[in-house]
Design a binder for this molecule. Sequence first.
Ligand code: RP5
Length: 165
Amino acid sequence: MASKAAEVAIIMGSQSDWATMRNAAETLDALGVSYESLIVSAHRTPKRLFDFASGAKAAGYKVIVAGAGGAAHLPGMAASLTPLPVFGVPVESKALSGQDSLLSIVQMPAGVPVGTMAIGRAGAVNAALMAAAVLALSDEGLATRLYAYREAQTTNVAERPSDDA
Ligand code: RP5
């Protein structure tokens, strides 16, 4: 029997983005969502980007999470080549603290949307949660796990700050 394709593709422009994007992977792990992590650079491997994004739907992916830093063209280029929803994660750059990444990803022209998240870890976690929320629309089990994730998050907030935390 053929193995089921991963539902989410986590793509990133460089190995150096993994420290941020692994937070998306860990969040999907916690929710039991299948994913694949791939390095796909818009600038250094443009053919890989074209082949991946134009074939992503046929490959069985349902959502793409794309992280990049600096001149962060990866999420937008991926969105231009696929009908799948793309959530973009601005990776914190050394030179401009990720503001360059954020502006590169968020300012898409009308007609080619990228759901743009916050810079860095919060963005990676939230991109995974957005991907899970999309998938949960047609997956009752995942909807239940997502609800439990949110409930646990609420329960884990202490009423008072601690010196030991
Ligand atoms: C972008 O350039 C990548 O997404 C990465 O955030 C940034 C720097 O890449 P490296 O020089 O660290 O490979 O394409």
